[in-house]
Design a protein around this ligand. Structure first.
Ligand SMILES: Nc1ncnc2c1ncn2[C@@H]1O[C@H](COP(=O)(O)OP(=O)(O)O)[C@@H](O)[C@H]1O
Ligand SMILES: [Mg+2]
Length: 1106
């Protein structure tokens, strides 16, 4: 159920000033103060919200707060700007009424902040979605941009808006924002060139210099130091709690979100920089021959840089600061400017540049945020205009601002009263007129087309001849002298001639909010707002897209000799449009009040607040509101709130709410004049009555609370008791069940034990019986088996006995027959049978022996195995058979030989015959095949010549060592043996050293030892013998000698060569015969054979012992 609350709950003071009792200025301010001290900064006067500036951030603008106020009735929660915003937004969405929110109050009272809260609230509660969010974001982000360019620090407010702003937010039928339109009013442009003490220029200048990167500043030809610029007053260049650099980033970001292009931003910054540069241009006088002074630019550097920034030709601008062209009646005249005029021109240019840039910015933002559809829109306007201003020194700007505030006050008066009246009519309640101060008369003083101050000013400005501020004042003194609200020392009626508070050059207006003294100085100029045409033309010529747009009147093609409308005229017109616009909408008021002049939290200056309360006409507002009936409320919420005060309406009233309220009030005996029944609302005349109702309600609520507590406690105890009772039953039931279960389980298990015992006993008995029966059966079969066995054995014994007897009989019979036969044939057997048995036996043995030889031993001739002899008497046969078999298999083996192999074997045989058991070297040669050629004669190209020398087939070719006869050392020689001769040749060259025909060879001598020495002995007297015998040595001695021997054996025409095998033989060396002696022993040089010449007669060869 939704909780119904009311503004009246937990009130501090009264939330709605209408309820104040008694109503007086003191109680009014007392109430504001009390609420302010409790951080309750909002208070209502009916539907108007009074807002006190807390000068500190309060936790009342959170998302939760937004949710709290969303879709709630205006009086349901404590006063808040959100309640007003919600009310406005809902009546816009649901009742299709265009709304405007008018925020008024003096500078620093919190108008701009309030307007931002309203906008952010509406943004938070209205539709969502990508497109809608973008629109919202753009609308919200337009604020920082405009604030940077249009706000400045003043003595009253660190972030004072120096322009008026009215923003229309447009919604579609669903209440989703579509876009917006911003209008700006009269930027205080004089601030660009001069700021009052303790104030600053517009924020953007400081933000740019502190926040821009070095690079950007360089591009803009700027210096970070504020003191370098004449237009930036130095005494309050920095503001506490304001971070200009951070703000610059915020502004850049906001510009991006709103949709400014990079080059646009750059152009804007260039213009800002140009204004700063412009301020630095100074002039000096230069005398001319005609006696006039002409101004000249002092230091041209700043001028040059500014011209570079804006793309202006320097000479054009320079000239525009020295000369002025006056056009009259198709004639052009050039007049010189003196230094003062040059400064005036410079400042006028700076002000115009800046204010036009600002207007351009507003238009550019409008272009971005304008609604994209043409369909019908609902509009919520938020007006945040500069507040009423009273300074020490008030000029044209204050006059204009205060005029604007007068107009707003008028709207306020008109609309509130009209609204009030309309409500009474709507509700059918009689209306009695109320007196209040209507400021229409002041508005008239200012804006009257005939003799209003603004009209007079325009008249003066347009008048030919010398026009000064003084002539203007004179004019006022005559025209407005009679006006009640106009005061001037020189006025025609001389009322104020002795009033010394009124200086001569001033006039005073009694505004609704107080008297304000205006100094006339500058009025004419400011109203004229003149910019010399030469300057606007110079600007138009600039090669800078933005500047060109800002000075369209500089276009020579569009020269317009008509004066542009004056500032006052323009303002009046735009205020007029604004008023018309506001009047067409449903107004919602936020009236801002500042509690002190120090911008400090917690300080409440009574006099200051009192002054504001007075000029804002708040007391009158309350009075008007209370004139008829102080409080009104729809019947339903009223009945809902007070129904407990009467038995008939409590707790439920069945009929219509109005009837209920009637019954209620009658029952409470409220005097009839204290209230009136409207169509949908009850109107209560006095707050007293309301408080009486409230008090009654409070008491009743206490009683009701006690009753509720009583009933609740009773109910709670009873339910607790019932719960206990119920639980007890449940517990008991469970316990009983559990106990019975346990008992049953016991009985059951006992029965089972019994049962099992009985069954066991029965089973055992049965088993016993069965076992007995089985044993009996087994005994029977055993007994019968034994019996049958015994019987069978008896039978077997009997049968065996019988068979034995039978066999014995036949054996005895056979033995007797044998004996009988042997006795008969013994005489024949001895003569014949012996030889026959012997022959037969021998034959059988031989047969068996030969059959046994069927499996032969291997066919290898070297296999010596032979089966063992089976019978001793066959020994001879067995050996013979072995020999025959061996011969046979040798024959078989030989028959496989080729001729070549046969020759080889023959040579081996010959070697064996020659050396076996005669020379120790022989056994090692048996396994070596006789290859013959070991030096590969034919293949080796080295021996080609040698090859051609020997004609026959070479039988042996080997390297031998020829023993030197003198010292017994060996030298390698090739040894060749053919059928006819032997040849010795040099091993390296193959050159023949000696060739001996075989017939010249007589014998060969070798030792019995294991050495390779052999001596070739030649026949005495033969041709070869001249050199003497050869003593050679070769490892293949056996092969060489055997081959030599075999040649001798095969050739029939020659004698065999003798082979002497002896350890001592003689060798013929030329003339001497030398004895070669072989001895066994260990030679000193290793294992080899050593040969040594011992003396003339002896050559000793020592052979290692085997
Ligand atoms: N509701 C508020 N909560 C906190 N501070 C506020 C509030 N309203 C105003 N202020 C403070 O007062 C200053 C001036 O408010 P501002 O809205 O700029 O005044 P105005 O627009 O009326 O001249 C703000 O800068 C802010 O510091
Ligand atoms: Mg402001």
């Amino acid at each position: 159920m939704e909780v119904k609350t009311s503004l009246l709950d937990n009130m501090i003071g009264v939330g709605d000033m209408v309820l104040i009792e008694p109503l007086s200025e003191d109680t009014f301010i007392e109430n504001l103060k009390k609420r302010f001290d409790h951080n309750e900064i909002y208070t209502y006067i009916g539907s108007v919200v009074i807002s006190m500036n807390p000068y500190k951030s309060l936790p009342i603008y959170t998302a939760e707060k937004v949710e709290e106020y969303r879709n709630r009735n205006f009086y349901e929660l404590s006063p808040h700007v959100y309640a007003l915003a919600d009310e406005a937004y809902r009546s816009l969405r649901e009742q299709d009424k265009d709304q405007c929110i008018l925020i008024t109050g003096e500078s620093g009272a919190g108008k701009t902040e309030a307007s931002k809260f309203v906008m952010s609230y509406v943004a938070a509660v209205c539709g969502k979605g990508q497109e809608v969010n973008k629109v919202k974001e753009q609308l919200l982000q337009s604020n920082p941009v405009l604030e940077a360019f249009g706000n400045a620090k003043t003595v009253r407010n660190d972030n004072s808006s120096r322009f008026g702003k009215y923003m229309d937010i447009e919604f579609d039928f669903k209440g989703d924002p579509l876009g917006g339109v911003i209008s700006n009013y009269l930027l205080e442009k004089s601030r660009v060139v001069k700021q009052p003490r303790g104030e600053r220029n517009f924020h953007i200048f400081y933000q740019l210099l502190s926040g821009a990167s070095d690079d950007t500043l360089k591009k803009l030809k700027l210096d970070r130091d504020f003191s370098k610029y004449n237009y930036l007053s130095l005494d309050s260049a920095t503001v506490n709690g304001l971070d200009d650099a951070a703000s610059f980033r915020t502004v850049r970001n906001a510009m991006q979100i709103v949709g400014f292009m990079e080059d646009e931003v750059q152009s804007i910054l260039e213009l800002v920089a140009a204004v700063l540069k412009l301020g630095n241009i100074e002039f000096k006088p230069e005398s001319r021959c005609n006696g006039y002074d002409e101004s000249r630019v002092k230091d041209k550097n700043d001028l040059k840089e500014m011209c570079e920034l804006l793309g202006i030709e320097q000479s054009v601008l320079e000239r525009a600061f020295s000369f002025r062209t006056v056009e009259a009646k198709m004639e052009k005249m050039s007049t010189t400017l003196n230094v003062a005029q040059a400064y005036y021109a410079r400042d006028a240019l700076a002000k115009n540049l800046y204010s036009r840039l600002f207007s351009w910015l507003v238009n550019r933002i409008n272009e971005s945020i304008k609604a994209q559809t043409k369909s019908r829109k609902k509009v919520m306007g938020v007006l945040d205009i500069y507040g009423f201003e009273i300074f020490e020194d008030n000029s044209f700007e204050q006059f204009i601002i205060n005029y604007c505030n007068e107009k707003l006050q008028q709207i306020f008066i008109e609309l509130t009263l009209r609204e009030e009246q309309e409500e009474y009519v709507r509700e059918g309640i009689e209306w009695t007129n109320i007196e209040y101060f209507n400021n229409a008369i002041i508005c008239d003083l200012i804006e009257n087309n005939k003799n209003g101050i603004l009209a007079m000013l325009d008249e003066e400005c347009l008048r030919p001849g010398t026009v000064t501020d003084e002539t203007f004042l004179d004019k006022l003194n005559t025209v407005c002298a009679e006006h009640q609200h106009f005061e001037s020392r020189q006025s025609k009626n001389s009322k104020f001639l002795t009033d010394h508070s009124l200086p001569h050059n001033c006039f005073r207006i009694q505004h609704y909010a107080g008297k304000v003294l205006y100094r006339v100085e500058g009025f004419v100029d400011k109203n004229n707002d003149l910019l010399y045409r030469d300057l606007s033309q110079a600007m138009y010529k600039a090669n800078h897209s933005l500047i060109k747009i800002l000075f369209p009147e500089g276009n020579p093609a569009k020269v317009n000799l008509k004066r542009p409308p004056t500032a006052g005229f323009q303002f009046k017109a735009s205020v007029g449009t604004l008023m018309k616009n506001l009047l067409s909408k449903n107004p919602n008021y936020i009236r801002c009040i500042k509690p002190n002049d120090k911008k400090a939290a917690h300080i409440f200056t009574d006099s200051l607040v009192c002054h504001q309360v007075r000029y804002l006409g708040l007391m009158e507002n309350v009075r008007v509101r209370r004139a008829g009936y102080a409080f009104r409320q729809a019947y339903e919420p009223c009945l809902e709130r007070y129904k407990m005060l009467c038995k008939q309406t409590w707790p439920h009233w069945k009929g219509p709410a109005r009837g209920g309220v009637e019954v209620l009030l009658t029952d409470l005996q409220v005097p009839a004049e204290e209230f009136a029944y409207g169509r949908s609302k009850i109107f209560i005349r006095n707050p007293r009555t309301l408080f009486f109702l409230e008090e009654k309600r409070r008491q009743c609520l206490e009683d009701l609370a006690t009753l509720i507590q009583k009933i609740y406690r009773g109910w709670k105890s009873r339910t607790h008791f019932l719960l206990l009772k119920k639980s007890q039953v449940v517990v008991a039931a469970w316990y009983r069940r559990f106990a019975q279960q346990k008992k049953y389980q016991n009985i059951r298990s006992s029965a089972l034990v019994f049962q099992s015992f009985i069954r066991g006993w029965k089973a055992r008995k049965l088993l016993r019986e069965l076992k007995h029966k089985k044993r009996c059966e087994k005994a029977v079969s055993t007994i019968s088996a034994y019996w049958h066995g015994t019987q069978a054995r008896w039978e077997l014994r009997r049968l065996k006995e019988e068979a034995r007897n039978k066999h014995a009989v036949s054996v005895i019979w056979a033995a007797w027959l044998g004996t009988k036969v042997r006795r008969e044939y013994r005489k024949f057997f001895r003569a014949n049978a012996g030889k026959k048995i012997y022959d037969f036996t021998i034959q059988r043995i031989m047969q068996k022996y030969f059959l046994g030889l069927k499996k032969m031993p291997s066919m290898s001739p070297v296999d010596k195995s032979w089966p063992a002899r089976p019978y001793g008497f066959l020994d001879g046969t067995h050996q013979e058979l072995r020999r025959i078999f061996h011969l046979w298999r040798c024959k078989k083996y030989r028959s496989q030989f080729t001729e070549e192999k046969k020759a080889t074997y023959e040579e081996k045989l010959a070697a064996s015959e020659l050396f076996k058991d005669k020379k120790a070297l022989y056994p090692s040669s048996v396994g070596q095949p006789f290859k013959g050629d070991y030096v590969e004669m034919t293949k080796n190209p080295k021996y080609q010549k040698l090859n051609s020398f020997v004609e026959d087939k070479v039988l042996v070719a080997d390297v031998v060592s020829k023993i030197n006869r003198a010292n017994g050392k060996g030298a390698p020689r090739i040894f060749l043996l053919t059928k006819k001769s032997l040849v010795l040749a040099d091993q390296k060259t193959g050159q023949v050293k000696a060739s001996v025909p075989l017939p010249d060879l007589s014998s060969v001598s070798v030792s019995t030892q294991n050495d390779g020495f052999f001596a070739l002995k030649l026949k005495e007297g033969s041709t070869s013998a001249a050199k003497g015998d050869f003593l050679l040595s070769s490892d293949r001695l056996i092969e060489i000698i055997t081959k030599l021997h075999c040649i001798g054996a095969t050739s029939a025409d020659r004698n065999k060569i003798n082979i002497d095998i002896s350890d001592e033989f003689l060798v013929q060396f030329k003339q001497d015969k030398v004895c070669v002696k072989f001895i066994q022993g260990t030679p000193k040089n290793g294992n080899g054979v050593a040969c040594k010449r011992k003396n003339n007669r002896l050559l000793e060869v020592s052979v290692p012992s085997p």
